[in-house]
Ligand binder design. Structure first.
Ligand SMILES: NC(=O)c1ccc[n+]([C@@H]2O[C@H](COP(=O)([O-])OP(=O)(O)OC[C@H]3O[C@@H](n4cnc5c(N)ncnc54)[C@H](OP(=O)(O)O)[C@@H]3O)[C@@H](O)[C@H]2O)c1
Length: 285
């Protein structure tokens, strides 16, 4: 199968290129290709004749999106419309990578795939726009929501915590923002299985388990042999940043786990592998 990955140079994109190596896989990313450039991007995608498109490219700087919402809507909304239009023209399935930030964070239980989105910040709204374009334009879609992505080599939450600790900077992390970490190598393998099922629809693919940012940071430092490094617990309302994240947004993988037996291992196990691969877990022992 010929697979095209948008955003193939990004954190998830790199893992997808590896996971789909058995297929004929190609990528498309900035600066060579801009998903906002219409109609060129549609022509470019069509010219490669993919049989499946995985759309991972996005403007992922959540605070940048809050400061420049129109850019967020252009890249994550209209850019996704262009990718979906190419898939519609070719008659091929699309996998759209979406986010926990489409939800408002006011739930009392982990979000199910069918819960009603209500984004509360421009990044979340732009990704919700992308979901709607995909649903409107491509009947053969997988919309896959993920959250708190981390991967070796990525500029993610555990990487930032480790960097700060090693540089001796004081750490303060919020205790009341709760979510589901997603390890990109686990996600990429789960996507290989999902697309072979032909069971189109909306999915939540995250590692099993729920934690606060504080617990995620603590587990990262403990796993890296830095248990002695203190973290000051703080509340989200005291953390000044341009974007307001949903407070409670764990995703429940119900559909893929129940219908297809696809589930990602507990986040603690994935974190241990991450620390081993980055050398941090090994350095600790
Ligand atoms: N990271 C998370 O915690 C998280 C959580 C939930 C959902 N997601 C979603 O998961 C997907 C992958 O995230 P990620 O962390 O792998 O993101 P990433 O590392 O930022 O990678 C995104 C890639 O898309 C590229 N890109 C940005 N604008 C583009 C454009 N106009 N045209 C073509 N390519 C463009 C980026 O290029 P530049 O680097 O040059 O800008 C980058 O290579 C995204 O759809 C994101 O919304 C991520």
């Amino acid at each position: 199968m010929r697979v095209l990955v948008t955003g193939h140079k990004g954190q998830l994109g790199r893992q997808l290129m590896e996971a789909f190596l058995d297929q004929t896989v190609c990528g498309l990313d900035l600066p060579e290709h801009d998903i906002c450039a219409y109609p060129q991007i549609v022509q470019e995608i069509c010219s490669r004749e993919p049989e499946l498109v995985i759309h991972a490219a996005a403007y992922t700087d959540v605070d940048g999106c809050a400061l420049n919402p129109d850019l967020a809507y252009t890249v994550n909304g209209l850019g996704t419309q262009h990718v979906a239009l190419a898939c519609a023209k070719l008659g091929v399935p699309i996998v759209y990578i979406s986010t926990n930030e489409v939800f408002d964070g006011e739930s009392r239980r982990p979000y199910l795939e069918t819960d009603a989105p209500r984004p509360i910040n421009p990044y979340g709204y732009s990704k919700w726009m992308g979901e709607q374009f995909v649903r409107e334009l491509v009947p053969w879609h997988y919309i896959v929501r993920i959250s708190w992505l981390f991967s070796p080599g990525g500029n993610n939450f555990p990487a930032k915590i480790l960097r700060a600790a090693k540089e001796g900077r004081p750490l303060a992390v919020v205790v009341d923002e709760v979510g589901s970490p997603t390890y990109a190598p686990d996600l990429a393998r789960a996507l290989v299985e999902l697309v072979s099922s032909k069971r189109f629809g909306t999915y939540h693919l995250v590692n099993e388990g729920v934690c606060s940012r504080y617990e995620f940071a603590r587990a990262t430092l403990d796993g890296a042999g830095l248990a002695g490094v203190p973290i000051r617990p703080m509340l989200l309302r005291d953390y000044e940043r341009p974007s307001r994240p949903p407070l409670y947004s764990p995703l429940r993988n119900f559909a893929a786990a129940t219908a297809l037996g696809i589930r990602l291992r507990p986040w603690q196990e994935a974190l241990a592998e991450y620390l081993g691969r980055t050398g941090d877990g090994l350095a600790a022992s």
